[in-house]
Design a protein around this ligand. Structure first.
Ligand code: GLN
Length: 279
């Protein structure tokens, strides 16, 4: 269990939703919200340091984003099949700033991480946690949000804190930090890797696993949609989300500049506020 103690346990009771929001954001303003949804390359785009002509992307004129749209409220699909969520709108705002058209490629989470490494996508935005292992194979932008690994259990479960996961069957999404931490801490035999967070939660509902370890924001959404499940108050780990790119990506500076502008003018906070309601 030493792995767990090396990471910070957080009493969820003391955490506000704000802790999930931006790691660096000055006075936020909702007044920029309307520009967030705009997909047209606005006049703002002209004000960025990097003009589209100078940027080399996988497909000319496009910012290709790999994601896994089963991760609410960061990326999901509407009933009409359109992509929405914090990462989707943040990526759109970045694309607007860079004067590029946003192209979204939806795939499994582990495939999305590989996609940038293989030069098939310019960026991966999928609530991706920055880890040393990932930094060895890809580059990351500055962080744009804080994530928390949480534990979902059925109401009445004898699992009351992450320590109680010892000896239990744990469901996770393949390739995620939840999977990595749980296999490190409890052994591979204890952990089942599912294609998505959704299928992991379905397995919990069916009694195939005793708990699911997943990021806190989707955990709350899944629990809200599945009566009889709850999120443990004690969290498992705290993490930073960032935009993943290929090693030495030519886009890194432009993406970080765009991100900085979106943090500074409150756009990013407005996007977060649209999807995560303060408690
Ligand atoms: N934050 C977790 C990770 O990066 C999970 C992300 C996800 O499932 N989309 O591994």
């Amino acid at each position: 269990m030493k792995k767990i103690s090396r990471r910070s346990f957080l009493a969820a009771a003391g955490l506000s939703v704000a802790a999930l929001a931006l790691t660096a954001c000055g006075g936020s303003s909702a007044s920029t919200a309307s520009s967030v949804a705009s997909s047209a390359a606005s006049s703002e785009a002209a004000s960025t340091s990097a003009a589209a002509g100078e940027l080399t992307t996988v497909e000319a004129g496009k910012l290709t984003m790999a994601t896994n749209a089963t991760f609410p409220p960061y990326e999901m699909t509407t009933d009409a099949g359109e992509f929405e969520g914090i990462d989707i709108e943040a990526a759109q705002a970045i694309a607007d700033k860079l004067g590029l058209e946003l192209q979204i490629d939806d795939m499994d989470f582990d495939a999305a991480l590989l996609s940038v490494q293989q030069g098939k996508a310019d960026i991966v935005m999928a609530g991706v946690t920055v880890t040393d292992e990932r930094k060895a194979v890809m580059d990351f932008s500055d962080s744009y949000a804080t994530g928390i690994q949480s534990v979902i259990v059925p109401e009445g479960s004898d699992i009351a804190s992450p320590d109680d996961l010892a000896g239990k069957k744990i469901g996770t999404q393949r390739g995620t930090t939840g999977y990595i931490y749980c296999t490190d801490d409890f052994g591979e035999d204890a952990v089942v890797a599912y294609d998505s967070g959704l299928t992991a939660v379905q397995a919990l509902n069916n009694g195939q696993v005793d708990a699911v370890v997943i990021d806190n924001a989707p955990a709350k959404e899944y629990v809200a949609a599945n009566p009889g499940l709850k999120v443990l108050e004690t969290s498992y780990a705290e993490e930073d989300y960032a935009i993943g790119m290929a090693k030495s990506s030519p886009l890194e500076d432009a993406i970080n500049s765009a991100l900085e502008e979106l943090k500074a003018d409150g756009t990013l906070q407005a996007i977060v506020d649209k999807y995560i309601t303060a408690e």
